[in-house]
Design a protein around this ligand. Structure first.
Ligand code: GLU
Ligand code: ZN
Length: 298
């Protein structure tokens, strides 16, 4: 497809500042960037700073610096979720007043035997909002969608998820609520992100349906994993993205996404690698798998 100025595609990258960007984040950022730019679309940047206690000091600045030194250019001003609390509160109160969400006072200990699937203990308790988590009631229904890479994905919300938290007991808004409101507010048409979020998508589809919001297209790229199978994090072989490694790491990220690279490109600037990546982008080449061990990527 050729790029056009009139593309209605709006994509985004939405990092959480709980740490620096690592190779796995680069793969997700690159995929969303190339998928947007290959069709002349917009690419937005949103800082998902919902959880100050888990934010690493300096991480926001480090993320911006890494994106810049790797040649990424985003459209418009970066949005911070910490500036969006009023919008989240408005929707949360509406859901609560409509009885679609309710207050839950269960302790972690009480919920331990249920392995993360909330059994609905507080559903009809009529607790007030103070000192309670707010949970969204889920229907006993299966939600399904077709991911552009992973294919058909389905999940039964009642059985596999249960009523889920949209505001924590400590008052912090949950990712699931914020991400749905912000993607709709920013007009995002295409969500390209790591496959660790595949099983959050049905919850997000339900929220979109409940709130009358449009459903974006989804593309989940394989998660880059450590030798022990865990998501890349701050530990083994996942140092911050060094500015002087931009070209080789962008080329490696392209290969992780199944894209062909050219040996000439090792001498190119990060921007040149990105331009080349835009021109040759083929989402159909992305490996149709949930994870790829980092060690397997040349
Ligand atoms: N903030 C999330 C993360 O860093 C990504 C959210 C999303 O792309 O929906 O894992
Ligand atoms: Zn409860």
């Amino acid at each position: 497809m050729t790029a056009s100025q009139t593309s209605s595609y709006i994509g985004r990258f939405a990092p959480t500042p709980s740490g620096h960007l690592h190779f796995g984040s680069l793969v997700a950022a690159l995929a969303s960037y190339l998928d947007a730019r290959a069709v002349g679309g917009h690419w937005l940047l949103r800082m998902e700073d919902l959880d100050p206690p888990r934010e690493e000091p300096g991480a926001q600045a480090a993320i911006l610096k890494a994106l810049e030194s790797y040649g990424f250019e985003w459209d418009g001003e970066m949005v911070r979720q910490s500036d969006r609390h009023a919008a989240y509160a408005e929707v949360l109160n509406r859901l609560f007043n409509q009885g679609l969400a309710y207050a839950c006072t269960c302790s972690r200990k009480q919920l331990e035997p249920y392995h993360g699937i909330y059994p609905g203990l507080c559903r009809n308790a009529g607790h007030g909002q103070e000192d309670a988590a707010i949970r969204l009631r889920v229907p006993e229904l299966e939600y399904r969608f077709t991911d552009r890479v992973q294919g058909e994905f389905r999940q039964h919300l009642g059985r596999d998820v249960g009523d889920f938290v949209i505001r924590r007991r400590d008052g912090l808004y949950a990712y699931q609520l914020a991400v749905v409101l912000d993607d709709a507010w920013q007009g995002v048409t295409d969500i390209v992100r790591g496959a660790d979020l595949l099983d959050s998508t049905p919850r997000q589809l339900y929220l979109q349906e409940l709130l009358g919001l449009p459903q974006p297209r989804y593309l989940h790229v394989p998660l880059i994993t450590q030798p022990d199978g865990h998501k890349l994090g701050k530990s083994y072989r996942s140092p911050p993205l060094a500015a002087d490694q931009a070209t080789p790491l962008l080329l490696r990220a392209l290969r992780a996404l199944g894209q062909k690279t050219d040996s000439e490109m090792v001498h190119a600037s990060p921007r040149e690698v990105l331009s080349w990546g835009i021109e040759h982008w083929d989402a159909l080449l992305i490996p149709r798998t949930l994870s790829v061990p980092e060690a397997q990527i040349r």
